[in-house]
Design a protein around this ligand. Structure first.
Ligand code: ATP
Length: 400
């Protein structure tokens, strides 16, 4: 239908990019991208008018549109264009173009294929750079020698594709990667763009494979200053992923920054200033908690072993953020003290509050002020230590 609507407006439409790659591999297709050789807005609005319940949103700044179906399905429409990079790693200048030219601006041959939706040529397969053959040979190949210099994010995109689809870097592309790295190309990228790609990487389900690939591509310095003993790191990362799953299973509504857990594990042994330098540029949610945890984590195991009361143990766990706690659990799986007290804290103690609140204390005659906070903390500790259970025992405990 969309192909017909677009053709009637004289603006041919094509399926393009990742969805064509996924179709060819018989993989599920999460996103569908359409490339339009003409006025995107006109096509999107005509589709929305003809297709019942389909909403259209047009983004004038990017020349793109989204068609939102009532069941949640979404189509992204973009104008076929050519991109010119005024400087390495700069954002591109764009101009309208035909589909053949649009395909060459893309990152890899496997993402530079299109299928015509025009009723006259419906299903015609456009593969000018040999993407299908590369998929069959499991090769990741850029389209032109300047590709990584124009846009270094393609390197990390490529790494993700290599892991997801078990692809090898084609020999010439490997040479271009090495050349780009000698030019310190990532230094020209903004922290926000670099972090966005690294975050996608950390979200891959096969993260251990991605980290191994990161080493093979000589990209460790992006994440940490020194390479490390990969096997032990990968084991910790796997346990970190298990801890994340454990938490989501027990607390499905809890908002957890998964990447903060993984970064804490990755950065446990690096100088604090190196972590701080990265977080200064990367917009990581919970970044300041990661830095706080990295300060404290190494002292916690000994302090836990020395703590004499349940309240002292709970206070140590409380001094860490939730990602920091999971990172510690992932680090010491064989320590019963750490595992048991960490799980007990998360399951039983973390949600506990003082049985009396500030109002209750004022009703008992305590004056408002900072001492109220101290009393509430002591009540909380007394509850953790089993000295009080409810409001009544708390009142008696206070009076005593
Ligand atoms: P995924 O399954 O991860 O969504 P995708 O290929 O659909 O894979 P998108 O980020 O949605 O990834 O990009 C859609 C298409 O846009 C890509 O297939 C590629 O053709 C093109 N593209 C995206 N980012 C770039 C880039 N940095 N440089 C060149 N082309 C790109």
């Amino acid at each position: 239908v969309i192909g017909r609507i677009a053709a009637n407006l004289g603006t041919p439409a094509y399926l393009v990019g990742g969805c064509v790659r996924d179709f060819l591999q018989n993989h599920p297709v999460p996103d569908i991208d359409l490339a339009i050789e003409g006025d995107v807005r006109a096509v999107a609005e005509a589709c929305s008018a003809e297709l019942s319940g389909v909403q259209c949103t047009y983004h004038a700044h990017f020349g793109t549109a989204i068609l939102q179906y009532p069941d949640g399905f979404q189509l992204d429409l973009a104008r076929c264009r050519i991109e010119h990079y005024p400087a390495p790693a700069a954002l591109p200048e764009v101009q309208p173009a035909a589909i053949q030219t649009d395909l060459i601006r893309r990152d890899f041959t496997i993402n530079a294929m299109a299928i015509s939706l025009d009723p006259e040529k419906f299903g015609d397969f456009l593969d000018p750079y040999g993407g299908r053959a590369d998929l069959q040979r499991r090769l990741l190949r850029v389209l032109h020698p300047h590709s990584f210099l124009d846009d270094p994010t393609r390197i990390l995109r490529g790494l993700r594709f290599a892991v997801r689809f078990q692809l090898q870097l084609e020999a010439n592309t490997r040479g271009l990667l090495e050349e780009a790295l000698t030019q310190d190309i990532f230094a020209r990228l903004s922290g926000a763009r670099l972090w966005r790609e690294l975050k996608y990487l950390l979200e891959l389900s096969d993260l251990p494979a991605a980290l191994e690939e990161l080493g093979a591509w000589q990209l460790w310095p992006l994440l940490r200053p020194t390479p490390l003993e990969v096997e032990s790191l990968l084991a910790k990362i796997r346990r970190g992923q298990q801890e994340i799953r454990w938490l989501h299973c027990h607390f499905p509504d809890e908002k957890l920054c998964d990447t903060a857990v993984l970064l804490t594990i990755l950065w446990r042994d690096i100088p604090w200033a190196e972590a701080e330098k990265r977080l200064h540029y990367w917009p990581v949610a919970d970044g300041r908690y990661i830095l706080n945890d990295l300060h404290r984590l190494s002292k916690i195991p000994a302090a836990l072993a020395a703590a004499s009361h349940p309240s002292a143990v709970a206070q140590l766990w409380e001094s860490l953020s939730l990602p920091g706690i999971l990172a510690l659990l992932a680090e010491y799986p064989e320590s019963a003290t750490i595992t048991e007290s960490g799980r007990y804290y998360l399951l039983k103690q973390r949600g506990l509050t003082s049985p009396l609140n500030g109002k209750d204390l004022q009703a008992m005659g305590l004056a408002p002020g900072p001492q109220l906070g101290t009393v509430l903390r002591r009540l909380h500790d007394a509850r953790l230590d089993g000295a009080i259970k409810d409001k009544e025992t708390a009142r008696q405990w206070l009076i005593r």
